[in-house]
Design a protein. Structure first.
Length: 491
């Protein structure tokens, strides 16, 4: 692309972001010469600018001088300015390989310790832009990165094993969350018929990985948090006599007012106070408390919390979905199922398939109004070298290098899977749907009849295979018939 074409592209991009309809260069660049007549031409492009031209053409890049004085619309990109309370992912150039460091929330009067005994002041980072490069105290280059959600979780301190980011993404996608923004539905603006909030319950906060992913999916359904309140949530200290932030009365009132206006709420509960506090801190520090106001943290037992909420609602369901990440999910699921709205989903996350089978057996034995929809195995994943974000999938090493034995030779491409990296993840997830009590009985009867028919059909196929004398077919139908028989016995 020639320089003149680049100039045209830049100019049209400026017009686009600035929202201008005029194609007159003199409006944007006062020093640019206006054509004397409509037929004025320029030796490079022909017509310079006419009233009929859909596109104006610039002849010299110098016309872009002074562009910074023109107000442009702000847009979000990787070049945003780093603010106080941001968390950064610093890439320090090392002797053999780079070293990565996840910072604490930036404070102007603090220093960040890096590798090789070096450090860098937080005040040197505030006001810069993502991908800027500066030197640490030892003179090594440090590149400023904004951590992804995955890299933030994997590189943060933990007191519990996390649900790895690629598994958390899978669980969130299974819930199929599609919430409208405030004001997009007619009933949102009807004060006479206020809608109840969309509530999700998570039992087993743990590190807070799944909590953060769920909150991100719910975030857009809630009204905007006032900047002053968000800044207060970032800077407030923790209470010494209990759980939560130590807020002034007016700040607490502002937070309570916002909570009452939420349209989507995530309730997360853990019995371990240390785990809940660590998750509280983890979520609060991510992107300056961006998703923090969507979440209500609870400490205690599942039965106590759900029973207290059911008492408030006269035993009416209030949960849209629920996730149980517990060793013995069936010991705590009865009241959670009662609190689920019909058509709500119950997700069970376990490390072994036998725990899923035990839960489904409990559902059938106790006659719970639930119907299993799917059971999936979560794949393991390898980690990326250095960043360790476990975003899912198998890592490959793809790069272009010049062979050492022939420095003057042509570059060659290297494409190979990485081996010897850390393998993470795994486990099983079951998804069950809450049905109305009067419908689930007919569904169970119909399902039992279908299973019986499949078993009879399997035995008929087995007999036909024996008559034909096909060993391969006989083995196949025997396996299928046994599996169907076991399924019917379980039901």
């Amino acid at each position: 692309m020639c320089s003149n074409n680049i100039t045209e592209y830049l100019y049209l991009s400026i017009l686009w972001f600035n929202g201008r309809r005029s194609h007159d260069p003199c409006e944007l660049f006062p020093s640019y010469p206006r054509p004397k007549t409509k037929s004025s031409t320029n030796p490079h492009h022909g017509n310079l600018c006419t009233a009929q031209d859909p596109i104006m053409r610039l002849s010299h890049p110098s016309a872009l001088v002074g562009i910074s004085s023109t107000p442009l619309r702000r847009f979000y990109s990787s070049s945003r300015t780093i603010q106080e309370n941001d968390v950064l992912f610093l890439r320090q150039q090392g002797t053999k390989a780079p070293k990565w460091h996840l910072t604490s929330p930036l404070r102007a009067d603090t220093k960040i310790r890096l590798g090789y005994g070096a450090s860098i002041g937080s005040s040197e980072l505030i006001g810069r832009q993502v991908l800027d490069v500066l030197n640490d105290s030892s003179g090594r280059p440090v590149t400023l990165h904004e951590p992804t959600l995955a890299s933030y979780i994997i590189n943060s301190p933990r007191q519990a094993t996390p649900i790895y980011p690629h598994h958390a993404n899978t669980i969130v996608s299974l819930l199929d969350l599609n919430l409208p923004r405030p004001g997009e539905e007619a009933h949102d603006v009807d004060p006479n018929h206020p809608t109840q909030p969309f509530e999700i319950f998570e039992a087993g906060t743990g590190m807070g990985s799944l909590t953060l992913h769920l909150a991100r999916a719910l975030h857009a359904a809630n009204p905007a948090v006032p900047p002053s309140l968000r800044n207060t949530l970032c800077t407030a200290r923790y209470r010494t006599d209990g759980f939560g932030l130590d807020l002034a009365d007016k700040d607490q009132a502002a937070l309570d007012s916002y909570r009452s206006s939420r349209r989507a709420v995530l309730h997360t509960l853990d019995r371990n106070v240390k785990h809940s506090r660590a998750a509280h801190k983890l979520i609060r520090h991510f992107r300056r408390s961006l998703y923090f106001p969507t979440i209500d943290f609870h400490v205690g037992s599942v039965d106590e919390y759900i029973s207290s909420r059911l008492a408030e609602t006269d035993n009416q369901p209030f949960l849209a979905h629920a996730i149980l990440d517990l060793p013995s999910a069936h010991d705590h699921a009865s009241q959670v199922i009662q609190a689920l709205h019909p058509n709500g989903l119950l997700v069970i996350f376990t490390p072994s398939i036998s725990q899923i089978a035990d839960f489904q057996t409990w559902v059938a034995r106790t006659g719970q109004p639930m119907r299993p929809e799917r059971v999936i195995e979560l794949e393991v994943s390898t980690t990326a070298d250095g960043v360790l974000d476990t975003g899912g999938g198998k890592e490959w090493d793809v790069k272009t290098v010049i062979p050492r034995e022939n420095p003057e030779g042509a570059a060659v491409q290297v494409m190979r899977p990485k081996v010897g990296e850390r393998v993470t993840g795994g486990g099983f997830v079951a998804v069950l749907r809450r049905w109305p009590v009067d419908q689930i009985r007919s569904q169970v009867e119909s399902s039992t009849q279908e299973s019986s028919s499949e078993v009879e059909c399997g035995f008929e196929n087995k007999g036909a295979s024996e008559a034909e004398g096909s060993p391969e077919s006989e083995e196949t139908t025997q396996v299928g018939g046994t599996a169907d028989a076991e399924l019917t016995k379980t039901e």
